[in-house]
Design a protein around this ligand. Structure first.
Ligand SMILES: Cc1cc2nc3c(=O)[nH]c(=O)nc-3n(C[C@H](O)[C@H](O)[C@H](O)COP(=O)(O)O)c2cc1C
Length: 370
C-alpha cells in the first residue's frame, strides 16, 4: 500500500453486545506483555484491548516468592482491569484466558466479575467457558480455534449444554502467529491446510450457512499492514487480531530491552521452541534460545505449577516457561523467552498505538482532512 495515501476507514465489527469502531483486536500477550497500558491504549484508539491473564501476579505486589501464586493472580487481574478502565473509560476491554493454565476458571470468573467486556480463550478447547462466565451473560465469549472442526465442536457443545453460542471465533494461523501454536507438533507447522487462506473462508461460509453470519470470524497471525487486513476481510473475516505489531509501542507493558530485541531482530531470528505445555511455540532467537538449542542449562525448577500439564513440572524436561516469559518481560533476555509472530523483524522504530491505528484506518474523524 502507498503509505502517502490516507486509508479509508475500516468497517466496524459487531460481536455480542458490542460494536467495535475499528475491527482490530489486540492479541493477548502473556506474561504481562499486554496488560493495562497496552490494552487501554488500543481501546482508546478504537480497537479492542486485551489483558493477558496468565501469571499476572509475577510482577505484582501480591506475590510472595513461592507463596500465594493463585490468590495473587486474582488480585493482580482485578488491578489490571481497574487501571485499564481508568485510562479508557469508554473503550472496549477484555481478557485472554488460556484453558491450559490451572487457574483458567478463576481468571474467567474474575474477568467477568470485574468488568471485562469479552473473553478470548484458547490454548485448548474452552468447552466450559460459558459455565465459568455465567455471572454476566453480556460478557462476550470468543474461543480461539485453528480449524473448522474445533469451531463446530465448541458451538455444538455450548448450544447443547448452555443454550448459547460463541459471540465470535478467533482463527489463529499456526504458520504465522506468535506464542503457543494450535497444532500438536512442529511437523504440522507450515501446512496449507491450517493456513488462514484455507480455514477462514471455511469458517466464514459455515457461519453464514449455519448461523446467518451471526458468529463473526476474526483472523490472527501475520497481520501487519492495511493490505493484510483488506486481504483478511476479502477472505470472509469480519476483523483481525494483531499481537506482534503492538510490541514496539511505548504503551506495550514489557521492558524497553524486550522491545529493543525486536528492533534489532534480523532475518532468521524467528525460531520454534518445544514448550513444556506440549505445544510448539514461536519465539525470537535470544541468549535463552541459544542455550536451549545447545542443550545448555536453563531454569527448569517449577515454582508455581501454573500449567495443567507441564513437561517441566511432571517430567523434569524442557524449562520453566513462566519463569522464562517473566524474565523476558522484565528485560532479562539472557534467561528470558520472547514469544513472537513471524513479523518480528518488521519493526523499525518505536511507535504510539494511535499512530498504528492512524496508519491502518486513517486518523480519527476529528483529525481527518475533508
Ligand atoms: C509475545 C506474545 C505472547 C502471547 N501470549 C499469548 C497468550 O498469553 N495467550 C494467547 O491466547 N495467545 C498469546 N499469543 C498469541 C497472540 O495473542 C496472537 O493471536 C498471535 O500472536 C497473532 O499473530 P501476530 O503476532 O502475528 O499478530 C501471544 C503472542 C505473542 C507475540
Amino acid at each position: 500500500m502507498n503509505t502517502a495515501t490516507v486509508p479509508t476507514p475500516l468497517p466496524p465489527l459487531a460481536f455480542g453486545d458490542h460494536v467495535l469502531p475499528i475491527p482490530i483486536i489486540q492479541g493477548g500477550m502473556g506474561i504481562r506483555v499486554s496488560a493495562h497500558k497496552l490494552a487501554s491504549a488500543v481501546a482508546n484508539a478504537g480497537g479492542a484491548g486485551v489483558i493477558a491473564t496468565v501469571a499476572l501476579s509475577l510482577a505484582s505486589r501480591y506475590y510472595q516468592k513461592g507463596k500465594d501464586y493463585y490468590k495473587a493472580n486474582i488480585k493482580a487481574l482485578i488491578d489490571e482491569l481497574k487501571w485499564a478502565r481508568e485510562i479508557s473509560p469508554k473503550g472496549i476491554i477484555g481478557t485472554n484466558c488460556m484453558v491450559a493454565i490451572r487457574d483458567f476458571e478463576a481468571m474467567v470468573r474474575t474477568s467477568v466479575e470485574n468488568g471485562a467486556q469479552f473473553i478470548i480463550s484458547g490454548a485448548g478447547l474452552p468447552l466450559r467457558l460459558p459455565e465459568f462466565a455465567a455471572a454476566n451473560p453480556h460478557t462476550a465469549l470468543i474461543p480461539i480455534v485453528s480449524s473448522l472442526r474445533a469451531a463446530k465442536l465448541i458451538a455444538k457443545r455450548w448450544h447443547n449444554l448452555y443454550k448459547r453460542l460463541p459471540d465470535a471465533f478467533v482463527f489463529e494461523d499456526p504458520n504465522t502467529a506468535g506464542g503457543h501454536l494450535g497444532v500438536s507438533s512442529r511437523n504440522h507447522l507450515f501446512l496449507e491446510e491450517y493456513s488462514q487462506d484455507r480455514v477462514v473462508p471455511e469458517l466464514a461460509e459455515w457461519s453464514l450457512k449455519s448461523y446467518s453470519d451471526e458468529i463473526p470470524i476474526i483472523t490472527a497471525g501475520g497481520i501487519w499492514d492495511r493490505e493484510d487486513i483488506d486481504h483478511a476481510l476479502d477472505l470472509g473475516a469480519k476483523g483481525v487480531q494483531m499481537a506482534t505489531r503492538f510490541i514496539c509501542t511505548h504503551e506495550c507493558d514489557a521492558a524497553q530491552s524486550y522491545k529493543d530485541a525486536f528492533l534489532n531482530a534480523k532475518d532468521g531470528d524467528v525460531v520454534i521452541v518445544d514448550s513444556p505445555a506440549g505445544l510448539p511455540g514461536r519465539a525470537l532467537a535470544s541468549p535463552f534460545t541459544h542455550t536451549l538449542f545447545r542443550g545448555g542449562e536453563v531454569e527448569a525448577k517449577c515454582f508455581a505449577a501454573c500449567l495443567s500439564e507441564c513437561r517441566c513440572r511432571d517430567e523434569e524436561l524442557t524449562f520453566c516457561i513462566a519463569k522464562a516469559l517473566h524474565n523476558a518481560q522484565q528485560g532479562n533476555l539472557k534467561e528470558g523467552l520472547v514469544f513472537t509472530g513471524t513479523n518480528a523483524t518488521r519493526h523499525s522504530r518505536m511507535m504510539h498505538v494511535q499512530e498504528i491505528f492512524d496508519e491502518l484506518n486513517g486518523p480519527p474523524a476529528g483529525r481527518r482532512t475533508p
